[in-house]
Design a protein around this ligand. Structure first.
Ligand SMILES: *Cc1c(COP(=O)(O)O)cnc(C)c1O
Length: 343
């Protein structure tokens, strides 16, 4: 086992967190005159539970993970930013991330004045663990991996991910935002054996709750305790906690199956369209396609009322568009327009 606490910044290890009124009195009955709230009930006059206990219990059931291994954040962006603040000394430490990948790892690095070393994936967007590990030095605190990856859609090879987790002394953050659409298993099952692993998931994609802003981080009890100390005390508002709890009872399995079958249908259709030169195999709810003159096609699609993401200026993604899987009707419309697009 790795003693990951040695990688935490000293000021964070020594931090005495803000103590909320609800930390001092934990009962549930009585007249609350302890938090300077308004006494007039309207459904949200009270501060929310800073530890999201009820919500965590539900997530614990769904994911089959102990509540002590769960951190709930304001989107995935919150645990990403917190990881920098917990582990990285600004101007001194660095992180290593795969490229192309999700833009927030780099933006959060810049905000925190931490160097982000980007390691190119291979031409087929696969991961070479040895190449990535060769960028690590004594000041590397975090490695960011994303599987299935965004904007490419492919899953990274388990053998390579394992090699990185086994051979790196710092923290590996594995972003599984799209895991619900993947044929690969989540790393949640390996959490107990890897105390330097943080798995990120989100309710923004398969669960359909992007507007509620709820990200999940799963890690050892020690790491979750430190993240909880550093976060804003009331990071998840009452309306989000209540609404998410209700929405988590919705069975999304049929929606996920439909998105996966629609993704496969889109691939079959796209393979017959000349202007599409390459379709990256996707384990996510989107496809990265390489076309002739991507930016022109992007504009044609907008004129037809379909908005996709032009990723042409992203490393390794020249002339590429990233297209989310829509409803069957939306996908038919997309294919019609791609078929008729000017050559
Ligand atoms: C969409 C996405 C997220 C989710 O971000 P939220 O802040 O939870 O909405 C995280 N990681 C990746 C790679 C994504 O594509």
């Amino acid at each position: 086992m790795k003693n990951i606490l040695t990688k935490v910044r000293k000021n964070i290890l020594n931090l005495a967190p803000y103590s909320t009124a609800r930390d001092e009195y934990q009962g549930t009955f009585g007249v609350y005159l302890d938090a300077n709230e308004s006494p007039y009930e309207n459904g949200f006059n009270r501060y929310p539970d800073p530890y999201q206990k009820v919500l965590k219990q539900r997530v614990s059931q769904i994911k089959n993970i102990d509540v002590r291994n769960i951190f709930i954040g304001n989107g995935s962006d919150e645990p990403i930013d917190l990881a920098y603040r917990v582990f990285c000394e600004p101007g001194i430490d660095n992180v290593v991330a795969i490229s192309p990948s999700y833009g927030m790892y780099k933006v959060a690095a810049e905000i925190n004045n931490v160097e982000c070393r980007e390691v190119r994936l291979e031409d087929d967007f696969s991961l070479d663990a040895d190449k990535l590990l060769s960028e690590v030095d004594n000041n590397t605190k975090i490695i960011f991996l994303c599987s299935p990856n965004n904007p490419t859609g492919n899953s990274l090879c388990i053998k390579e991910i394992d090699k990185i987790i086994d051979n790196f002394e710092g923290v590996v953050i594995l972003d599984e935002a799209y895991i619900d659409f993947s044929k690969e298993q989540s790393y949640l099952t390996k959490l107990a054996d890897c105390d330097n692993l943080i798995v990120l998931q989100t309710l923004s994609k398969a669960w359909g709750m992007a507007g509620l802003r709820l990200g999940l981080a799963f890690a050892s009890e020690q790491l979750i305790e430190i993240f909880t100390r550093v976060k804003y005390p009331y990071n998840i508002n009452t309306l989000t906690q209540v609404t998410v709890l209700k929405q988590l009872d919705v069975d999304i399995s049929a929606q996920i199956s439909e998105i996966i079958s629609q993704r496969e249908w889109l691939v079959e259709q796209m393979m017959q369209i000349d202007i599409i030169k390459k379709i990256t195999p996707s384990d996510a709810n989107f496809l990265l396609i390489k076309v002739e003159r991507a930016t022109e096609l992007y504009i044609d699609l907008i004129q037809a009322g379909i908005i996709v993401r032009d990723r042409s200026r992203v490393v390794g993604c020249a002339d590429s568009l990233r297209i989310s899987v829509g409803t069957p009707e939306e996908n038919v419309k997309l294919i019609q327009i791609l078929r008729d697009a000017r050559r």
